[in-house]
Every structure is written in C-alpha cells, then in structure tokens.
Write a protein that binds this ligand. Structure first.
Ligand SMILES: [Zn+2]
Length: 445
C-alpha cells in the first residue's frame, strides 16, 4: 500500500511540476498547451532535450547546434530526419549510453508493421506521458472506471497500454480481450456477449476486425441493448466511412479514430466533432517523402514525429512510416491546436479465402515470428488459392522453407504457397512495407 502511495506521488509530481516538460498542462487540463504560447514552450523543451542528447554524444550534427541557439520554429525543419534504419543504427549507442540507468529499458516495434525497430524508454517518461495519454483517452469518450472490451489479433500483440504498471495500470487494467486473426462467427458472438456483460463499456480493436464483426451482427440481426457500448475506437489501421457506417448500425455508437504507434503512445485521438487532436506531447509534421520538404498545412505527406517526453531516445523528426496531413484547428469541442486532417497510412485489412472465410493480414506477422532469420516479409497473392511469401534476411534451408510453406498453406485452407527469398521488398508510397498485396487487384488497377 505504502509503495503504491509513493508511486502515485511520483506520478503526480512528474505531471504537476511547473517546469515545462512535465507541466500541469498535460495532466490537469491536457490541452492547455494548445494556447498561443504552445510553440514557444515546445521549442524550449526541445532545446533542453537536445542539450541532454548532445552531452551524451548523440545528436552531434551541426544542424542541432544551430537549432539550440535559434528561437524560430521554422528551424525545426532544418534538423535531420531520423528514419527507421537510422534509429536501428543508433540503438547500440543508446544502450551503451544508458547502461547504468536502472529506469531505462528497451522496447521494440513490430506488432503490426512487420519492421522491428528497437529504442529506449524511461520510467520517468512513462509516468509523465501517462497524464497526456489519460487526456487522450478521455477525448475518445473513455472515463475512469469504464470497462474496456477489445477485439484484437492476439493477446501477444496487444498494445503497451495493457502492460502498464502501478497507478496507470489500475485505471486501464479492466480490459477483456477477444483475440483472433481469422475470427469466425463464434468469436464475434463471444465478443458481443462480452460487451453485453459489461454495460456502458468502451470497445476498441483492429479496424478491419471491428468492421467485420459489425457486418456479421447486422447480417445475423444481433442487437445490443441501448447503452451497451459507452464509446468505441479503432487502432492499428486507417478507418473508412463505410466501416464507420456499418459499425454505427451494429453498435449504436460512433467509431472514433485512435492513432498511435509503439515508438510513441497515443499520437492523435478523435473527439466528438470528428477532429483528430494531436497529443501535445508530440510535434507532428508532414513532409514530402522523397525531398523531406515540409508540406503546407493540410497536404498529405510522410509523417514526422518529435517526442518531447522521450529524454533517452532522440525521437526528433522521426519518420514513423505513415501518411497524413497536419493543420491547426479551432474545434467546436473547445480545443485549439494541431490536428491530423488526413491519415492514410496503415491498412492491413482482411482478405477473403476461397471458402469466403476472412483472415487478417496482420496474422502473418505473428506466424513469421517462428522464423527468426526472416527480417521482413510480404505475402503476395497471385490467384484465388495461390500465394507467395517473399522475405528478406537469411535464405531459409530447404527444410525450413518447406515448413514455412506448409504452415502458411495450412492456415490459408490448403492454398498453394511458395516462399521466395528476396534482397529487397517493394514498399508503399510512404515507405512502409505492405504485409499483404493482392497482385490480382494491382493488375486490374
Ligand atoms: Zn475537438
């Protein structure tokens, strides 16, 4: 009990310290930062962060030195962009730098995007970031005490929010998970029953799985009691208008967009007025993917994220691999600040097998973890029951290759599967690897 109190106090101090970085702005009124002095304060915080990194021998490029002396916000665009290979290269140096700090621990991406990147986080950052995330969840309609029911690919892939500790965990720990990569009606029924047993709960999950569940509910005439769902949001994939519509018909609440990543927590969350407010913990820019030129407000480009809270990994102008656009918005909900006006990055989606059963493209990710020498992969569909698994890394032995082909074929209802070693895989316009590509659609298009 005593330990819990100390932890709570620690969290409180982190969030309410009047110093900018861990200011009351994030905790007591999450969007105070969206005032006119927002930019100046964010810049000050960034300068403090950069000073710390430079002292550790990180961020040594001359552009960083110039930034620390300047006060103009345009200067941000003069700083180098950190892409995923760049972060991967930096990682051993980070580990070396922080090996004596007990509160620093490694984390890795790779849940749904298939391209694992390691980075470091700190407990201090987690505690302070909790206040910001708390506000973002409130924006999504969640309230303390609201039980959560999630439809996710698998338990292993559930987001970090489910692994939190202490105070923050006690707030968000009431999650019941229904997980399946290729759910059938029985899984969806279990999900609906779970919701019904928790009236007023918050529902969230993979976009494509929730939309498919809604379609099955409408088709079968499964109806939820009014008020069964308090609020709902999606994650991991972009959401379309058609998906929103079928979800509303089945669940009786509007489906909201939640945009986050493993490197960062909640980057943007959608309010009652369909505005995706950006978490003031992050500076988000949209740039031209090829030239890295910053695009005008509202124009879609590759998103760069600067995390003002991560003081152990320089996530500064970090290219996260999603496409979107950023603009300033004065929202009717009362919040003024930066918003994501477009978000078109990830669409893993579901695809249909010969029998009509639908499988989430995310499930390959799970499966390929069994083959540790495979670095990246892409599933290519050449015909109704004909697939290729293209992969990079080390070429598999004949035995391994046969095993891979047989496992994938089994999951794809006996389809013909060939594993192909490649030097490099094709990427989408944002530079992100598509896990599944239907070459039949591409031939038509
Ligand atoms: Zn709003």
């Amino acid at each position: 009990m005593k330990r819990e109190i100390i932890k709570a106090k620690y969290w409180w101090r982190c969030c309410c310290d009047s110093a900018f970085g861990w200011g009351a702005a994030w905790c007591r009124d999450g969007f105070l930062l969206a005032r006119p002095d927002y930019e100046a304060r964010a810049r000050e915080r960034l300068i403090v962060l950069l000073d710390g990194f430079k002292r550790l021998g990180l961020c040594t490029e001359p552009e960083y030195a110039a930034f620390a002396k300047s006060v103009a916000s345009e200067q941000l665009s003069h700083l180098p962009v950190l892409d995923k290979p760049g972060l991967q290269k930096l990682f051993p140096r980070l580990q070396e730098n922080y090996k004596h700090r007990a509160d620093v621990y490694p984390n890795a991406t790779g849940g749904s995007t298939g391209e694992p990147v390691s980075y470091l986080r700190s407990k201090l950052q987690d505690n302070a970031g909790g206040g910001a995330s708390y506000e973002m969840f409130k924006l999504l309609g969640w309230r303390p005490g609201m039980l959560r029911v999630s439809l996710w690919g698998s338990e292993r892939d559930i987001g970090r929010a489910e692994k939190r500790k202490g105070w923050w965990k006690s707030l968000l720990d009431d999650t019941t998970l229904v997980g399946a990569y290729a759910p059938d009606e029985e899984v969806f029924r279990r999900f609906v029953d779970t919701i019904e047993a928790r009236p007023g709960c918050a529902v969230y999950g993979f976009t494509s799985l929730l939309a498919e569940c809604a379609r099955v509910m409408v088709k079968n005439g499964w109806q939820l009691a009014p008020g069964a769902v308090g609020t709902a949001w999606v994650g991991a994939e972009a959401v379309s208008d058609a998906q929103r519509e079928v979800f509303y018909r089945a669940f009786g609440v509007r489906l909201r967009d939640h945009y986050g990543s493993r490197e960062c927590s909640t980057i943007a969350a959608e309010c009652d007025h369909r505005t995706r407010h950006i978490n003031p913990r992050y500076l988000v820019e949209a740039v031209d993917h090829a030239t890295r030129r910053v695009l005008p407000a509202g124009e879609v480009g590759s998103l760069l994220v600067t995390d003002l809270f991560n003081e152990v990994t320089p996530l500064i102008r970090y290219e996260i691999g999603d496409l979107g656009s950023v603009d300033w918005g004065d929202c009717p909900c009362g919040r003024s600040g930066f918003c994501l006006t477009e978000l078109t990055g990830r669409t893993a989606g579901l695809f249909e097998l010969e029998s009509g059963r639908k499988v989430s493209a995310l499930f390959f990710n799970h499966l390929l973890k069994e083959f540790p020498t495979v670095l990246q992969f892409q599933v290519l569909r050449d015909g109704l029951a004909e697939f290729r698994v293209a992969y990079t890394g080390e070429a598999l032995s004949a035995d391994e290759q046969a095993r891979l082909e047989s496992v994938v074929s089994h999951l794809l209802e006996g389809a013909r599967v060939t594993a192909v070693y490649m030097e490099q895989l094709d990427r989408s316009a944002s530079g992100k690897l598509m896990q599944y590509r239907d070459l039949r659609d591409e031939a038509e298009g």
